[in-house]
Design a protein around this ligand. Structure first.
Ligand SMILES: [Zn+2]
Length: 135
């Protein structure tokens, strides 16, 4: 499950191969929903309870959307096409703490540690804690 979620979190950047604009359709909500459903069907073929399959699909959806949201927190590029293929408008969050175009690498790493890594560790810790308490 963790490998599938990690792969889904990286999947939107498949557009760097060059078949479409970067941060376009592969970063959209539509792509995230379709990719989460396809990945769930392809990677989790064993018989599962319907509720479990839905939980897996939602987890993969969150992984896919996390990529696009993190890209929308950055200052480089022109934003993310969240609504593709229905709109080519590019969005960027109001708060863009990641990826200052002329920033130094150390500063960017510190920003990513504070904005991405630290919250991820806290969420993982909370998830593990909840899992232990419910077991
Ligand atoms: Zn991306």
């Amino acid at each position: 499950m963790c490998l599938a979620a990690a792969a889904c979190a990286a999947l939107p950047d498949i557009d760097v191969i060059g078949f479409t604009a970067h941060r376009g359709i592969t970063h959209s909500l539509t792509f995230a929903v379709v990719a989460a459903l396809v990945a769930t069907l392809l990677l989790f073929r064993e018989p599962l309870a319907r509720r479990t399959r839905v939980q897996i699909a939602l987890t993969l959806l969150v992984a896919l959307l996390s990529h696009s949201c993190l890209d929308a927190l950055s200052q480089y590029s022109w934003g993310v096409e969240f609504l593709a293929p229905f709109s080519q408008h590019r969005f960027r969050f109001v708060w863009t703490p990641l990826g200052r175009p002329n920033g130094q690498i150390f500063g960017q790493l510190v920003q990513e540690a504070l904005v991405v890594f630290l919250p991820a560790v806290v969420l993982a810790w909370l998830g593990l804690r909840r899992r232990v308490e419910s077991a």
